[in-house]
Design a protein around this ligand. Structure first.
Ligand code: GDP
Ligand code: IMO
Ligand code: MG
Length: 427
């Protein structure tokens, strides 16, 4: 039965949370498979607005089983805080399941994330400071702590001591910070054990059984294609696999069971943090997109960098994720422009590139080749079918579809649950 993956096509904040929420109770399980509380998904349901970080967006739909997969890094204090906030707002969070293999963000990794960024100065990544990078580094270094380690006090202490052996030297001798006491860390982590225990499961097995029983599983990415540690604009990326392949390694669902890959694509482009961004606008129009699209980070509140739509990135996302359907979001934000430039290719040192350049150096030097599409002035937030859109907005959707080479199945015209046009059903 269907396993469907949702990924971000650009640099994040495309509207993945809204897309997941819209599928609502037609989905049985929603799995977060990568990242941690660096993500920020805003979901608007009627007059209520929810900002989710660590929890999968499916938690807002009654009856859906939200799953934190093995590919996620979990800050346990944030997990409980988020659950408490939702409980207080009347959301039933009791179905949450957490993988025994998910890694824990230890308090020292939050410290190291912030300290390293300060140390890097102008070479910083602009991370969210949540300890994501150091926690994934520990995982790959085989120094990580997993949720299941909370159930074995002796092993937990051994692992924390092992991880801190080198880190304490670095903290003290390189960063001039106080060394961390392993016993203190262990005490803190053990204080979460009783509450988390009933949520923990072998989620790979749970998901296989659910699929065998004909249930629908949605795998929801945090971050996005160009923030993926392998396929993104390295080193200006996050430290996890945010592309469709990550849905398999981060959940334990094999590739042969994935039926559909939906990529969320903003009608223009935004980026938070440092790194190259060919179509970025540094002028009043960029500011206008930021204001009308409310482009401020859900997690850190930082203003998002804004620029025109980039079809090279769209094609790249289609390719590396094997996209079957795009959801084009925030078309309403472009209302009121005489003409809308769209980047169709890059110029790098006089050479035209229709595909992503092979090297980061070339990507850093890429200047956009624009095609200007006609704009529209009408308020489109009430549109519910393609025919309700002004001719130039319809043309914009079709032109982008042609450029990215895969069908656009849904178009967003506002943040609300029902503010979308469905051209092809996603399930
Ligand atoms: P995510 O990280 O991909 O889930 O995206 P974010 O939630 O960080 O950012 C997307 C923002 O755009 C949120 O505030 C959404 O409520 C909002 N949004 C999503 N789709 C649309 C749309 O079609 N139009 C408008 N105006 N806002 C949208
Ligand atoms: P959602 O899921 C946008 C960016 C940070 C930084 C880089 C590395 O809401 O789309 P990290 O803390 O992950 O080590 O930071 O990645 N970043 C995001 N940008 N949306 C996100 O998530 C992001 N998560 C991380 O700004 O540039
Ligand atoms: Mg976001």
């Amino acid at each position: 039965m269907p396993a469907i993956v949702i990924v971000g096509a650009q640099w994040g904040d495309e509207g993945k949370g809204k897309a997941t929420d819209q599928l609502g109770s037609r989905v049985d399980l929603v799995v977060k498979f990568n990242g941690g509380n660096n993500a920020g998904h805003t979901v608007v349901i009627g007059a209520e607005t929810y900002a989710l970080h660590l929890l999968p967006s499916g938690i807002l739909t009654p009856g859906v089983v939200p799953v934190i997969g093995n590919g996620v890094v979990v800050d346990l204090s944030v997990l409980f805080e988020e659950l408490d906030t939702l409980d207080a707002r009347g959301i039933d969070t009791s179905r949450l399941v957490v993988s025994a293999n998910a890694h824990i963000i230890a308090p020292y990794n939050r410290v190291l994330d912030k300290t390293t960024e300060r140390f890097l100065g102008s070479r910083r990544i602009g991370t969210t400071g949540r300890g994501i990078g150091p926690t994934y580094a520990d995982k790959m270094n085989r120094l990580g702590l997993r949720v299941q380690d909370l159930f074995d006090e002796k092993i937990l202490l051994q692992k924390v001591e092992g991880a801190l052996e080198l880190k304490n030297q670095i903290l003290a001798k390189v960063y001039n910070r106080r060394a961390v006491d392993p016993a203190e860390v262990v005490d803190k982590l053990l204080s979460y054990t009783d509450r988390v225990r009933p949520m923990v499961a072998d989620t790979s097995l749970l998901l296989e059984r659910a699929l065998d029983a004909g249930r629908t599983v949605l795998l929801e990415a945090g971050q996005a294609t160009l923030l993926d540690v392998d396929h993104g604009t390295y080193p200006f990326v996050t430290s996890s696999s945010a592309t469709a392949g990550g849905a398999c390694t981060g959940s334990g669902i094999p590739p042969t069971r994935i039926d559909r890959v939906v990529a969320i694509l903003k009608a223009y482009t935004t980026r938070v943090g440092e790194g190259p961004f060919p179509t970025e606008l540094h002028d009043a129009i960029g500011e206008r997109l930021r204001k009308s699209g409310w482009e401020y980070g859900t997690t850190t509140g930082r203003p998002r960098r804004c620029g025109w739509f980039d079809a090279v990135i769209g094609r790249y996302a289609a390719r590396v994720n094997g996209v079957t359907d795009f959801v084009l979001t925030k078309l309403d934000v472009l209302t009121g422009l005489e003409r809308v430039p769209v980047c169709v290719a890059y110029d790098v040192g006089g050479v035209r590139h229709d595909e992503m350049p092979m090297t980061q150096t070339d990507f850093h030097h890429a200047t956009p080749i624009f095609e200007e599409l006609p704009g529209w002035w009408e308020d489109i937030s009430g549109a519910r079918s393609l025919a309700d859109l002004p001719a130039s907005a319809q043309h914009y959707v079709h032109a982008l579809e042609e450029m990215v080479g895969r069908r656009i199945s849904v178009v967003g015209v506002g943040p609300g649950r029902d503010e979308s046009l469905v051209l092809h059903d996603l399930l």
